[in-house]
Design a protein. Structure first.
Length: 396
């Protein structure tokens, strides 16, 4: 049983992977379903109105939709295209004398991670997200109204004698308006559009299982149709499966931008840490001091005689009047060969004061010793003169 060809246009191709199949089923003698697979546009239409009429209605609807649907996920524009398809079906019915001719329509535009839907009748759109399938659209049918009113259960509706009665379709009312949906989808999601030939034959959990375990969308569409036929194939069955690739290129660019931003943040954080360390070390060392020889005099430096990341950790505070050569030889050698570290500026100033006192004391001691030596020399000379005058023969 060959499937009917889908409507195709010159639309730009998207990176979306998709698959589709339509089949006459086991009971009907012709296929009244039509479909569109022209990314980013996908649609399923299930015709009604007797032999040939339903087939014509669904074909007119998908042809008009394919010509007028937007190339982006513009919900209003998609709804306008479905409304125009409704007028075309009504006009065709009047011109060809096919009263009662009509069709359902479930149309989708999948653009990146945005999905626009327009719904009329009881064909359906489902979304498989993270392994769980959910019906997006609401059926325009007597059964849906009775279920919502609490008059029937889903199980009772599946076998109800009026289960095929729909309450809204293209071709029946010039004022018909589709239900419109616009939702966010994610990379890895899977969109399913189907006629009721699938959903009356297979339970939702079975459909969900097939969509989850079959990776290739074309194979998934074929398996769904085959299982609907194996379950009885009481109606034409049409399936479109489209995988959401998402905004892959934009997402990669965004991730790169985020990566660069994070790299910059990390670099700035590292710089801040480094400067924080330098600042902390610098502030800590400024409480310390050291002595150093500068041009023969003792100089006092604030900080430590070192550098971190090229930054000096000390600065000259002042040069004293203490001459290095006036200090004790051991202290003088230490200053000439390096520095004398101090725990604080107070300690450094204390050492300078000690050096000055020591130098002053040594100078005073040296002066006293010199004076004592001079006095001793004078006394010795006086005694020598006195002895000379007492020598024999000295009297006249």
């Amino acid at each position: 049983m060959a499937g009917r060809p889908s409507a195709q246009t010159g639309r730009r191709r998207s990176p979306v992977r998709f698959g589709s199949r339509t089949d006459i089923g086991c009971v009907r003698d012709h296929n009244e379903d039509s479909l569109v697979v022209a990314p980013p546009l996908y649609a399923v239409a299930d015709g009604m109105g007797g032999h040939a009429a339903g087939e014509v209605a669904s074909e007119i609807a998908v042809r008009t939709l394919a010509a007028l649907a937007p190339a982006t996920a513009d919900t209003k524009a998609l709804g306008d295209a479905v409304v125009r398809a409704n007028y075309d079906v009504i006009n065709a019915a009047q011109e060809e004398g096919r009263g009662g001719m009509g069709t359902t329509m479930t149309a989708a535009v999948l653009e990146g991670e945005r999905l626009a839907l327009a719904q009329v009748g009881d064909s359906r759109a489902y979304l498989l997200h993270q392994g769980a399938m959910q019906q997006i659209t609401r059926d325009h049918s007597l059964m849906a109204d009775m279920i919502e009113a609490g008059e029937l259960t889903h199980e009772e509706a599946r076998v109800h004698p009026q289960r095929s009665v729909i309450t809204r379709a293209l071709g029946s009312d010039p004022d018909m308006q589709p239900d419109l949906y616009e939702i966010n989808v994610s990379a890895g999601d899977r969109l399913l559009l189907c006629s009721d030939g699938l959903t009356t034959m297979l339970e939702d959990d079975r459909i969900e299982s097939i969509l989850n375990r079959t990776r290739d969308p074309q194979r998934a569409a074929s398996i769904l149709v085959n299982e609907a036929i194996a379950a009885g194939g009481l109606d034409n069955v049409t399936v479109v499966v489209a995988d959401v690739e998402g905004n892959t290129e934009e997402r990669v660019k965004k991730e790169r931008r985020h990566g660069r931003a994070w790299a910059a943040i990390i670099a700035l954080a590292l710089v801040a840490v480094v400067f924080g360390i330098i600042g902390g070390v610098y502030n800590y060392t400024q409480g310390m001091a050291y002595l150093k020889a500068e041009n023969g005099y003792v100089a006092v430096y604030r900080g430590v005689d070192s550098r971190v990341f090229g930054k000096e950790l000390s600065k000259l505070d002042h040069i004293t009047t203490v001459r290095v050569d006036d200090l004790q030889p051991g202290v003088a050698n230490r200053l000439k060969q390096g520095v004398i570290m101090c725990d604080s500026m107070e300690q450094a100033d204390g050492l300078i004061s000690d050096y000055q006192t020591q130098i002053a004391e040594e100078a005073a001691s040296a002066s006293s010793a010199a004076a004592s030596s001079s006095s001793s020399s004078a006394s010795t000379g006086a005694r020598s003169n006195s002895s000379s005058s007492a020598l024999p023969g000295g009297a006249r």
